[in-house]
Ligand binder design. Structure first.
Ligand SMILES: Cc1ncc(C[n+]2csc(CCOP(=O)(O)OP(=O)(O)O)c2C)c(N)n1
Ligand SMILES: [Mg+2]
Length: 334
């Protein structure tokens, strides 16, 4: 293993552990009422989240969805403002007005997320169109679920991205369920990636529990996109450990039988840790990363707890952008 590989591997591991620790803590704090509202965790999915984001440059764009604490973390965002946002505090990435499902951090290219399933895909297409019109070589990575792939926005977005050859990577996180509905019961095709054919773009399936495979697949798609060869659809097969969300009530519990235990045996973090140790990265180094991350997350929680809530007046700030100067209409119409 080269030194560069070892550095990359350590960072892949650090970001996966960061997400798991953040998610476990956020889930616990939501279940005891310290974090308000519904909160969707992605523990179990760290391999695809980190593999995909680490294949991008810092100035590339990324769009998430409702299960998106991990996406900005994987893109390199600082933990304090993310945790503060979950608490609804003024120091949060959206000044406490967005909460768990609306994290955006432009400093790392994280354009944001929304609770409306499927709504991130047109946003990603717009970002990719903007990058292309401006003549940059930035790519946009768009995360969405298997459930979202059954919505109209998926099909419209892939079609537009294909005909305009936009630099966008559609990354489907197929975690087997949309809320409590098993994905296979609401799809006519076996794989989301099969749908790529309908738009004449590359479609591929990758093991989402293998962070390195995801990294390589997304890196290749990003290089193609930068060369002007257009979009790609990548389906990462993965699994989420928790029920759909914390604070939604028992109606959202899934009876999974043995399935959960089987997937836990393919935990992306445990698999990669074993691989790092086999590749002669020292156990002490791995333990140091884990200890540093635990301290970082504890610090983020303390920061969030001790930060102020926004004032009532602030509710009316950041609602509208300054109106852009529009050119005169040639016909004289308003
Ligand atoms: C347009 C829309 N329809 C329905 C919902 C309710 N809802 C929230 S998450 C979700 C499931 C989404 O499943 P998937 O896209 O597979 O993402 P996952 O939660 O599995 O990560 C649903 C139906 C919503 N928020 N928006
Ligand atoms: Mg799903």
């Amino acid at each position: 293993m080269t030194r560069t590989d070892a550095d990359l591997w350590r960072e892949l591991y650090r970001r996966m552990v960061r997400i798991r620790t953040f998610e476990d803590e956020a889930g616990r704090l939501a279940s005891v009422g310290e974090i308000p509202g519904a909160l969707h965790t992605a523990a179990g999915q760290e391999g695809e989240v980190v593999g995909a984001c680490m294949a991008l440059r810092r100035d590339d764009y990324m769009v998430g969805n409702h299960r998106s604490h991990g996406h900005p973390i994987a893109k390199g965002a600082a933990l304090r403002p993310l945790m503060a946002e979950l608490f609804g505090k003024r120091t949060g990435v959206c000044r406490g007005k967005g909460g768990s499902m609306h994290l955006a951090d432009f400093s790392v290219g994280s354009l944001g997320e929304t609770s409306i399933v499927g709504s991130g895909m047109p946003v990603a297409v717009g970002a990719a169109l903007g990058a292309k019109l401006k003549g940059t070589d930035r790519v946009t990575l768009c995360f969405f679920g298997d459930g979202a792939s059954n919505e109209g926005t998926f099909h419209e977005s892939l079609n537009l991205a294909a005909i305009w050859r936009l630099p966008v990577i559609f990354l489907c996180e197929n975690n087997g369920y949309g809320a409590t509905t098993r994905a296979s019961t609401v799809m006519a095709v076996a794989n989301v990636a099969d749908r790529a054919q309908a738009y004449a773009i590359p479609g591929s399936i990758v093991d989402g529990q293998d962070v390195v495979l995801v990294y390589e697949e997304v890196l290749a798609a990003a290089e193609r996109a930068r060369r002007g060869e257009g979009p790609a659809l990548i389906e990462a097969k993965t699994y989420r450990y928790a029920d759909h969300a914390v604070n939604l009530g028992p109606g959202f519990a899934i009876d999974r039988g043995e399935e959960l235990a089987r997937w836990r045996q393919r935990d992306p973090i445990a698999l990669f840790k074993a691989r790092m140790l086999e590749a002669a990265i020292a156990q002490t180094e791995v333990a140091l990363i884990e200890a540093q991350v635990a301290a970082e997350v504890a610090d983020a929680v303390e920061f969030a707890r001790s930060s102020p809530f926004p004032s009532f007046e602030e509710a009316f700030e950041d609602v509208f952008v300054e109106r852009l100067p529009l050119p005169e209409s040639p016909s004289g119409c308003a």
